[in-house]
Design a protein around this ligand. Structure first.
Ligand code: C2E
Ligand code: CA
Ligand code: CA
Ligand code: CA
Length: 273
């Protein structure tokens, strides 16, 4: 029995070592993918309650030569363990600026949202990076929205607020992503230069049939209205959800309307309209 216990420990250690090796391997592949321009951005449109396009979110895609398609929920957290996320984030920022300029030239101006990880946001050179990206592309900052999560506000609220204000003074708008899933208090909301809340898809999933979800979504919408914030529901997949959300004048994003599509295709469709 003692022996079996030892074997299990050895097995466990081997599994751990494998997992660490794989993590390092994936980090190395991801860094290489970034350098070799293997990362792509997809775009998913957002619609207001009248059905008009009112924005679009950039979502990163990685198709690895050896691993195939790797989900962002897997490689983003991995990238967030080091400053690799800063490099990736800066690359996405540049893509957004370029797309803003190209879509405007195609007569299709709409705000573009990007996901900004806390580590990227807190990086000392972030404001400088944004300023440079704007200057080198000529992108209009008023058509860029930075989606940040509540996690950003937990560690050092005061410097997060200061930095948001600095970026807001450049024209950048802010959206709280996955709203309702964080642990932060609601008191911070009125202190932030916010434009938008994105209701997390876990709350949208069960409307309109689940009374608790309905109550949560209604209270977020009510609060946002009082604070003068725009609201987007994410993960909208069904007609029932659309009917419910439209009633409240909520904007929507989800498979019901459109899947994320390659940026080129999105731009081409924009030109055709
Ligand atoms: P997120 O920012 O909450 O993005 C929404 C996710 O929901 C996306 O997953 C999107 O493809 C998916 N989605 C859209 N419509 C529907 C729907 O109707 N139903 C369902 N079930 N899902 C829908 P995706 O593209 O796999 O990205 C996952 C997460 O990875 C994102 O969650 C975001 O946190 C992160 N991410 C993606 N791109 C970037 C990026 O460029 N930078 C950073 N920092 N994070 C990113
Ligand atoms: Ca997002
Ligand atoms: Ca989200
Ligand atoms: Ca999310």
């Amino acid at each position: 029995a003692k022996h079996a216990g030892r074997d299990r420990v050895v097995l466990f250690e081997t599994a751990m070592r494998l997992e660490i090796a794989d993590r390092l391997g994936m980090q190395r592949d991801l860094r290489q993918a970034l350098q070799e321009s293997q990362l792509k951005v997809h775009i998913q449109p957002q619609f207001d309650a009248e059905g008009t396009t009112r924005g679009a979110e950039l979502l990163l895609r990685w198709h690895s030569r050896s691993r195939g398609a790797v989900a962002p929920n897997l490689f983003i957290p991995l990238a967030e363990q080091s400053d690799l996320i800063v490099e990736i984030g800066n690359w996405v920022l540049m893509q957004a600026c370029r797309l803003e300029v190209e879509s405007k030239a195609a007569g299709h101006a709409c705000p573009l949202s990007i996901n900004v990880s806390p580590r990227q946001f807190r990086h000392p050179a972030f404001v400088e990076q944004v300023t440079q990206a704007l200057a080198s592309t000529g992108a209009n900052p008023r058509r860029l929205v930075f989606e940040v999560t509540e996690g950003l506000l937990i560690e050092d609220l005061e410097s997060a607020i200061a930095r948001m204000r600095e970026l807001a003074s450049l024209g950048i708008r802010f959206s709280i992503d996955d709203f309702g899933t964080g642990y932060s208090s609601l008191a911070y909301l009125k202190r932030l230069p916010l434009y938008e809340l994105k209701i997390d898809k876990s709350f949208i999933k069960d409307v309109p049939h689940d009374a608790d979800s309905v109550a949560i979504v209604q209270s977020i919408l009510g609060m946002a209205m009082h604070l003068g914030l725009h609201v987007v529901a994410e993960g909208v997949e069904s007609e029932g959800q659309v009917d419910f959300l439209t009633q409240y004048g909520c904007s929507m994003q989800g498979y019901y309307f459109a899947r994320p599509q390659p940026a080129d295709a999105w731009l081409a469709a924009a030109v055709a309209h």
